[in-house]
Design a protein around this ligand. Structure first.
Ligand SMILES: C[S@@+](CC[C@H](N)C(=O)[O-])C[C@H]1O[C@@H](n2cnc3c(N)ncnc32)[C@H](O)[C@@H]1O
Length: 291
């Protein structure tokens, strides 16, 4: 049975309301309106509440692009925290803000796996974005290699590491195409005890190498199999916007982990709105851990 994973430990983020293909979110002191294609229902709160938003992302054209329109005085970036991790929120042209709040359930799980291992784990974080999962892993005691194609995301990751007071923790920040990097690690014989992957449906490497989930994910898992240590502890995949059930991840992770036994669970990340309790399920996930 697929599971639902909800991030229940936020004190600074709330999904306030949703509807008309939009969501109204509280990020620290600021309220934002962003597109949400899954919110096909009516907004539960009246228009006056939505009008209190500080900024709204207006989509332009068919892709992810568009622009932020400020309705009030709002800084270009501000600090927030999740537990003892601190990070920057920045309004980006992609509509993203520097953090995927629904992912907090994964950060907690990663931390738990590392703490339970009671030894220093080497963790590879692919498609790692601004580094929240890397910070969680490092904070729990892991040595982390973080890979993303976006220089901006890596810059924010380093800033988040400093903001969280984790400068002395071993995180290597790498701007590279994930497939190229994974293949290079196999050649170098580098081994990992934990793997985190947040693959988008489509993406680009730094030299415009194309990433397509349905063409590349199986091959990536096969390459990663060669990078596993003798005693891997966990693998976690979070995949956005695929419009597919979480079971599609099972054969890939089973093949990747078949020599190790362990347990595999799949499900969806869920965000519940404050206004009327409706669920938004932005990502599917697979979690494997050593039994
Ligand atoms: C869905 S986001 C990750 C979300 C993040 N883990 C979080 O919760 O904060 C996907 C990331 O993949 C990166 N990306 C896309 N294609 C890539 C590629 N070929 N190689 C490396 N990174 C890539 C993007 O720059 C983006 O940061």
């Amino acid at each position: 049975m697929p599971k639902s994973y909800r991030s229940t430990n936020w004190e600074t983020y709330t999904l306030l309301d949703s509807g008309k293909r939009c969501k109204l979110e509280q990020f620290g002191p600021y309220r934002l309106v962003r597109p949400e294609p899954r919110a096909l229902w009516k907004q539960a709160w009246p228009d006056e509440e939505w009008a209190k938003a500080d900024a709204e992302f207006i989509v332009a054209g068919r892709g992810d692009g568009g622009e932020w329109v400020s309705r009030k005085e709002i800084p270009s970036r501000w600090e927030m925290n999740y537990k003892d991790m601190r990070f920057w929120i920045e309004l980006a042209v992609s509509r993203q803000v520097g953090v995927f709040p629904e992912n907090a359930a994964q950060w907690d799980w990663i931390r738990e796996r590392i703490e339970r291992a009671k030894r220093q784990l080497r963790v590879l974080n692919l498609f790692g974005y601004t580094g929240m999962a890397s910070l969680a892993a490092a904070q729990a005691g892991a040595e982390v290699t973080h890979v993303d194609s976006s220089r901006r995301a890596i810059r924010m990751g380093r800033e988040n590491q400093a903001l969280s007071g984790l400068e002395d923790k071993p995180i290597r920040w790498i701007v590279e195409d994930v497939m190229k990097y994974a293949r290079r690690e196999v050649k170098r014989g580098v081994k990992y005890d934990g793997v985190i992957m947040d693959p988008p449906k489509y993406g680009l490497g730094p030299k415009r190498e194309r990433w397509e989930f349905f063409r590349g994910f199986g091959s990536l898992c096969e390459v990663l199999r060669e990078t596993l240590s003798d005693n891997p502890q966990f693998v976690v995949v979070t995949a956005y916007a695929l419009e597919s059930p979480p079971e599609i991840l099972v054969p890939h992770i089973e093949t990747m982990m078949k020599e190790y036994g362990g347990k595999l669970e799949v499900g969806e990340l869920v965000v519940v709105e404050k206004s009327a309790g409706r669920n938004i399920r932005p990502a599917i996930t697979a979690r494997w851990w050593a039994g």
